[in-house]
Ligand binder design. Structure first.
Ligand SMILES: [Zn+2]
Ligand SMILES: [Zn+2]
Length: 308
Protein backbone atom coordinates (compact mmCIF):
# COMPACT_ATOMS: atom_id res chain seq x y z
CA UNK A 1 0.00 0.00 0.00
CA UNK A 2 1.36 3.45 -0.85
CA UNK A 3 0.61 6.81 0.71
CA UNK A 4 -1.82 7.85 -2.01
CA UNK A 5 -4.00 4.77 -1.51
CA UNK A 6 -3.78 5.11 2.24
CA UNK A 7 -4.73 8.78 2.13
CA UNK A 8 -7.81 8.23 -0.04
CA UNK A 9 -9.16 5.46 2.17
CA UNK A 10 -8.22 7.10 5.44
CA UNK A 11 -9.93 10.39 4.62
CA UNK A 12 -13.19 8.58 3.92
CA UNK A 13 -13.02 6.83 7.28
CA UNK A 14 -12.13 10.00 9.18
CA UNK A 15 -15.24 11.72 7.81
CA UNK A 16 -17.60 9.64 9.93
CA UNK A 17 -18.72 11.17 13.23
CA UNK A 18 -19.09 9.18 16.43
CA UNK A 19 -22.86 9.02 16.04
CA UNK A 20 -22.47 7.39 12.61
CA UNK A 21 -21.61 3.86 13.73
CA UNK A 22 -24.45 2.27 11.80
CA UNK A 23 -23.73 4.29 8.65
CA UNK A 24 -20.11 3.37 8.91
CA UNK A 25 -20.86 -0.35 9.01
CA UNK A 26 -23.04 0.12 5.89
CA UNK A 27 -20.16 1.96 4.27
CA UNK A 28 -17.84 -0.96 5.03
CA UNK A 29 -20.26 -3.44 3.54
CA UNK A 30 -20.37 -1.40 0.32
CA UNK A 31 -16.65 -0.69 0.02
CA UNK A 32 -14.85 -3.71 1.44
CA UNK A 33 -15.12 -7.36 0.56
CA UNK A 34 -16.74 -9.38 3.34
CA UNK A 35 -18.84 -12.49 3.23
CA UNK A 36 -20.95 -11.56 6.26
CA UNK A 37 -21.24 -8.63 8.61
CA UNK A 38 -22.94 -8.84 11.99
CA UNK A 39 -23.80 -5.59 13.68
CA UNK A 40 -25.10 -5.47 17.23
CA UNK A 41 -26.92 -2.16 17.70
CA UNK A 42 -24.40 0.65 17.96
CA UNK A 43 -22.13 -1.44 20.12
CA UNK A 44 -20.02 -3.63 17.90
CA UNK A 45 -19.81 -5.18 14.44
CA UNK A 46 -18.14 -8.39 13.30
CA UNK A 47 -16.67 -8.78 9.82
CA UNK A 48 -16.27 -12.25 8.36
CA UNK A 49 -14.13 -12.54 5.21
CA UNK A 50 -14.75 -14.91 2.31
CA UNK A 51 -11.76 -17.07 3.11
CA UNK A 52 -10.24 -17.45 6.53
CA UNK A 53 -6.48 -17.93 6.75
CA UNK A 54 -5.94 -17.45 10.49
CA UNK A 55 -7.66 -17.92 13.84
CA UNK A 56 -6.23 -14.68 15.22
CA UNK A 57 -9.05 -12.16 15.65
CA UNK A 58 -8.42 -8.48 14.92
CA UNK A 59 -10.09 -5.53 16.58
CA UNK A 60 -10.16 -1.75 16.82
CA UNK A 61 -12.52 0.95 18.05
CA UNK A 62 -14.67 3.34 16.05
CA UNK A 63 -15.24 6.17 18.55
CA UNK A 64 -12.80 9.04 18.93
CA UNK A 65 -12.28 11.65 21.65
CA UNK A 66 -12.23 14.58 19.20
CA UNK A 67 -15.21 14.30 16.87
CA UNK A 68 -14.68 17.40 14.74
CA UNK A 69 -11.90 19.51 13.34
CA UNK A 70 -9.52 20.00 10.49
CA UNK A 71 -7.22 17.42 9.00
CA UNK A 72 -3.96 18.57 7.40
CA UNK A 73 -1.68 16.48 5.25
CA UNK A 74 2.03 16.83 4.66
CA UNK A 75 2.42 14.85 1.46
CA UNK A 76 6.17 15.03 1.48
CA UNK A 77 6.62 13.64 4.95
CA UNK A 78 3.55 11.42 4.55
CA UNK A 79 2.04 12.65 7.77
CA UNK A 80 -1.50 13.63 8.80
CA UNK A 81 -1.93 16.20 11.54
CA UNK A 82 -4.69 18.11 13.29
CA UNK A 83 -7.94 16.57 14.52
CA UNK A 84 -7.20 13.39 12.62
CA UNK A 85 -8.80 10.71 14.85
CA UNK A 86 -5.72 8.53 14.51
CA UNK A 87 -6.87 6.92 17.79
CA UNK A 88 -8.39 4.79 16.57
CA UNK A 89 -9.49 5.28 12.94
CA UNK A 90 -5.95 4.45 11.83
CA UNK A 91 -6.55 1.14 13.59
CA UNK A 92 -9.92 0.71 11.93
CA UNK A 93 -8.37 1.03 8.48
CA UNK A 94 -5.57 -1.38 9.41
CA UNK A 95 -8.10 -3.87 10.72
CA UNK A 96 -10.36 -3.69 7.65
CA UNK A 97 -7.50 -4.09 5.17
CA UNK A 98 -6.10 -7.10 7.00
CA UNK A 99 -9.52 -8.57 7.68
CA UNK A 100 -10.58 -8.52 4.03
CA UNK A 101 -7.55 -10.69 3.34
CA UNK A 102 -8.71 -13.53 5.54
CA UNK A 103 -9.10 -12.73 9.24
CA UNK A 104 -12.24 -12.14 11.27
CA UNK A 105 -12.36 -8.69 12.82
CA UNK A 106 -14.47 -6.82 15.34
CA UNK A 107 -15.17 -3.12 15.44
CA UNK A 108 -16.07 -1.83 18.90
CA UNK A 109 -17.76 1.39 19.82
CA UNK A 110 -17.33 3.34 23.06
CA UNK A 111 -13.72 2.50 23.95
CA UNK A 112 -13.07 6.06 25.07
CA UNK A 113 -16.20 6.28 27.23
CA UNK A 114 -16.04 3.20 29.42
CA UNK A 115 -15.49 0.52 26.78
CA UNK A 116 -19.20 -0.26 26.58
CA UNK A 117 -19.02 -1.84 23.12
CA UNK A 118 -16.52 -4.51 24.10
CA UNK A 119 -18.36 -5.15 27.38
CA UNK A 120 -21.53 -5.92 25.43
CA UNK A 121 -19.50 -8.17 23.13
CA UNK A 122 -18.22 -10.15 26.13
CA UNK A 123 -21.72 -10.43 27.54
CA UNK A 124 -23.02 -11.78 24.21
CA UNK A 125 -20.01 -13.97 23.47
CA UNK A 126 -21.77 -17.35 23.76
CA UNK A 127 -24.59 -16.19 21.54
CA UNK A 128 -22.06 -14.82 19.04
CA UNK A 129 -20.21 -18.13 18.90
CA UNK A 130 -23.49 -19.86 18.12
CA UNK A 131 -24.13 -17.46 15.25
CA UNK A 132 -20.57 -17.39 13.91
CA UNK A 133 -18.97 -20.83 14.11
CA UNK A 134 -15.70 -19.36 12.85
CA UNK A 135 -15.33 -17.72 16.26
CA UNK A 136 -15.36 -21.01 18.18
CA UNK A 137 -11.65 -21.59 17.71
CA UNK A 138 -9.84 -18.36 18.54
CA UNK A 139 -6.13 -18.35 19.30
CA UNK A 140 -5.76 -14.78 20.53
CA UNK A 141 -6.90 -11.21 19.83
CA UNK A 142 -4.93 -8.37 18.26
CA UNK A 143 -6.03 -4.81 18.81
CA UNK A 144 -4.81 -1.91 16.67
CA UNK A 145 -4.94 0.96 19.11
CA UNK A 146 -1.45 1.74 20.41
CA UNK A 147 0.41 4.98 19.77
CA UNK A 148 3.84 5.19 18.15
CA UNK A 149 5.83 2.71 16.12
CA UNK A 150 6.41 -1.00 16.50
CA UNK A 151 5.28 -1.35 20.11
CA UNK A 152 3.02 -3.92 21.70
CA UNK A 153 1.21 -4.09 25.03
CA UNK A 154 -0.14 -7.11 26.87
CA UNK A 155 -2.38 -5.91 29.68
CA UNK A 156 -3.40 -8.81 31.90
CA UNK A 157 -1.54 -11.84 30.64
CA UNK A 158 2.06 -12.89 30.63
CA UNK A 159 2.19 -15.53 27.92
CA UNK A 160 5.88 -15.50 26.97
CA UNK A 161 5.36 -17.51 23.77
CA UNK A 162 2.93 -14.93 22.46
CA UNK A 163 5.20 -12.05 23.40
CA UNK A 164 8.18 -13.73 21.75
CA UNK A 165 6.21 -14.25 18.56
CA UNK A 166 5.88 -10.47 18.30
CA UNK A 167 9.39 -9.67 19.51
CA UNK A 168 10.84 -11.98 16.84
CA UNK A 169 8.80 -10.13 14.23
CA UNK A 170 10.04 -6.65 15.08
CA UNK A 171 7.88 -5.40 17.95
CA UNK A 172 8.97 -4.08 21.35
CA UNK A 173 7.05 -4.53 24.59
CA UNK A 174 5.62 -1.50 26.40
CA UNK A 175 3.43 -1.03 29.45
CA UNK A 176 -0.16 0.13 29.37
CA UNK A 177 -3.15 0.40 31.65
CA UNK A 178 -6.35 -0.16 29.76
CA UNK A 179 -7.90 -0.74 26.36
CA UNK A 180 -10.73 -2.77 24.80
CA UNK A 181 -8.49 -5.79 24.65
CA UNK A 182 -7.95 -5.76 28.41
CA UNK A 183 -11.72 -6.14 28.87
CA UNK A 184 -11.66 -9.21 26.61
CA UNK A 185 -8.77 -10.65 28.62
CA UNK A 186 -10.55 -10.11 31.92
CA UNK A 187 -13.90 -11.48 30.80
CA UNK A 188 -13.19 -14.18 28.24
CA UNK A 189 -9.76 -15.48 29.22
CA UNK A 190 -8.10 -15.05 25.87
CA UNK A 191 -4.72 -13.43 25.41
CA UNK A 192 -4.72 -10.04 23.74
CA UNK A 193 -2.04 -7.82 22.31
CA UNK A 194 -2.32 -4.15 21.34
CA UNK A 195 -0.10 -2.93 18.49
CA UNK A 196 1.16 0.52 17.43
CA UNK A 197 -0.67 2.19 14.58
CA UNK A 198 1.46 5.29 14.10
CA UNK A 199 -0.44 8.03 15.91
CA UNK A 200 1.01 10.46 18.44
CA UNK A 201 -0.61 13.01 20.83
CA UNK A 202 -3.96 11.26 20.75
CA UNK A 203 -7.04 12.82 22.36
CA UNK A 204 -5.88 16.26 21.19
CA UNK A 205 -6.30 18.50 18.17
CA UNK A 206 -2.56 18.26 17.66
CA UNK A 207 -2.61 14.63 16.81
CA UNK A 208 -0.14 13.23 14.34
CA UNK A 209 -0.27 10.12 12.18
CA UNK A 210 2.87 8.91 10.46
CA UNK A 211 2.11 6.70 7.49
CA UNK A 212 5.55 5.15 7.74
CA UNK A 213 4.83 3.97 11.30
CA UNK A 214 1.38 2.71 10.37
CA UNK A 215 2.91 0.75 7.50
CA UNK A 216 5.49 -0.78 9.81
CA UNK A 217 2.81 -2.67 11.73
CA UNK A 218 0.79 -3.38 8.58
CA UNK A 219 3.73 -5.21 7.06
CA UNK A 220 5.27 -6.80 10.15
CA UNK A 221 2.02 -8.26 11.44
CA UNK A 222 1.01 -10.09 8.23
CA UNK A 223 3.28 -13.12 8.56
CA UNK A 224 2.06 -13.54 12.15
CA UNK A 225 -1.60 -13.58 11.16
CA UNK A 226 -1.31 -15.88 8.17
CA UNK A 227 -1.65 -19.16 10.03
CA UNK A 228 -3.70 -21.08 12.57
CA UNK A 229 -2.41 -21.55 16.11
CA UNK A 230 -3.39 -23.46 19.20
CA UNK A 231 -4.96 -21.19 21.77
CA UNK A 232 -2.32 -19.14 23.56
CA UNK A 233 -3.14 -19.88 27.20
CA UNK A 234 -4.05 -16.99 29.39
CA UNK A 235 -1.27 -16.74 31.98
CA UNK A 236 -2.23 -14.08 34.46
CA UNK A 237 0.27 -11.28 34.85
CA UNK A 238 1.47 -10.26 38.27
CA UNK A 239 0.58 -6.59 38.09
CA UNK A 240 3.31 -4.11 38.81
CA UNK A 241 2.25 -1.19 40.90
CA UNK A 242 2.34 2.02 38.98
CA UNK A 243 5.30 3.33 40.92
CA UNK A 244 7.30 0.40 39.57
CA UNK A 245 7.03 1.76 36.05
CA UNK A 246 10.31 2.91 34.59
CA UNK A 247 10.37 6.43 35.90
CA UNK A 248 13.74 7.97 35.26
CA UNK A 249 13.86 9.72 38.59
CA UNK A 250 11.87 9.97 41.80
CA UNK A 251 11.34 13.34 43.36
CA UNK A 252 9.84 14.36 46.62
CA UNK A 253 6.94 16.62 45.77
CA UNK A 254 5.79 19.56 47.87
CA UNK A 255 2.12 20.33 47.49
CA UNK A 256 2.91 23.79 46.09
CA UNK A 257 5.31 22.39 43.52
CA UNK A 258 2.71 19.93 42.35
CA UNK A 259 0.25 22.81 41.87
CA UNK A 260 2.83 24.67 39.83
CA UNK A 261 3.67 21.63 37.72
CA UNK A 262 0.02 20.99 37.01
CA UNK A 263 -0.56 24.62 36.00
CA UNK A 264 2.23 24.43 33.47
CA UNK A 265 0.78 21.45 31.64
CA UNK A 266 -1.42 21.68 28.61
CA UNK A 267 -4.96 20.50 29.43
CA UNK A 268 -7.56 18.78 27.35
CA UNK A 269 -11.02 17.45 27.92
CA UNK A 270 -10.62 13.71 28.02
CA UNK A 271 -10.67 10.52 30.06
CA UNK A 272 -8.30 10.18 32.96
CA UNK A 273 -6.38 6.94 32.54
CA UNK A 274 -6.24 6.39 36.29
CA UNK A 275 -9.78 7.06 37.57
CA UNK A 276 -11.54 6.86 34.20
CA UNK A 277 -13.65 9.98 34.59
CA UNK A 278 -14.24 12.55 31.88
CA UNK A 279 -12.46 15.68 33.03
CA UNK A 280 -9.78 18.14 32.18
CA UNK A 281 -6.68 15.98 31.81
CA UNK A 282 -3.03 16.58 31.05
CA UNK A 283 -0.31 14.31 29.77
CA UNK A 284 1.91 13.22 32.63
CA UNK A 285 5.35 12.08 31.58
CA UNK A 286 5.92 10.09 34.80
CA UNK A 287 2.74 8.15 34.41
CA UNK A 288 3.09 8.08 30.60
CA UNK A 289 -0.57 8.81 30.15
CA UNK A 290 -3.34 11.32 30.72
CA UNK A 291 -4.38 12.17 34.27
CA UNK A 292 -6.94 14.47 35.81
CA UNK A 293 -5.80 16.88 38.49
CA UNK A 294 -6.82 14.68 41.43
CA UNK A 295 -5.01 11.66 40.08
CA UNK A 296 -2.01 13.74 39.15
CA UNK A 297 -1.73 14.64 42.84
CA UNK A 298 -2.41 11.13 44.00
CA UNK A 299 0.35 9.63 41.87
CA UNK A 300 2.89 12.05 43.32
CA UNK A 301 1.73 11.54 46.85
CA UNK A 302 2.17 7.82 46.47
CA UNK A 303 5.56 8.30 44.88
CA UNK A 304 6.87 10.45 47.69
CA UNK A 305 5.56 8.06 50.34
CA UNK A 306 7.20 5.18 48.62
CA UNK A 307 10.66 6.65 48.30
CA UNK A 308 11.18 9.10 51.16
ZN1 LIG B 1 -7.89 4.19 21.36
ZN1 LIG C 1 -7.91 6.92 23.13
Amino acid sequence: MNFQQFKDEYLKIVNFKNKDFKNFVNFVSRNYRFKRIFRYKKQFAIFVPHQIISNVVLCSHFDTVIDNGKVYIDRKKEVFFGAIKGDCRAGVLMMLKLSEKGRISILFNGEETGAWGVRKFCEKFNYIQEKIPELRNISFFIEFDRKGRGQFICYNHDNKDLKNLFIENGFIEEEGIFSDISVIEENLNYCGINLSIGYYNNHTEYELLKFEDWLYTYEKVQPIISKFYDKFEFVEKIKRKYWDFDFDRHIYYEQKEIEKDWDKLKKYLGYCEWCGSLKEVAFDSYFQGYLCKDCYFEVREELSQEYF
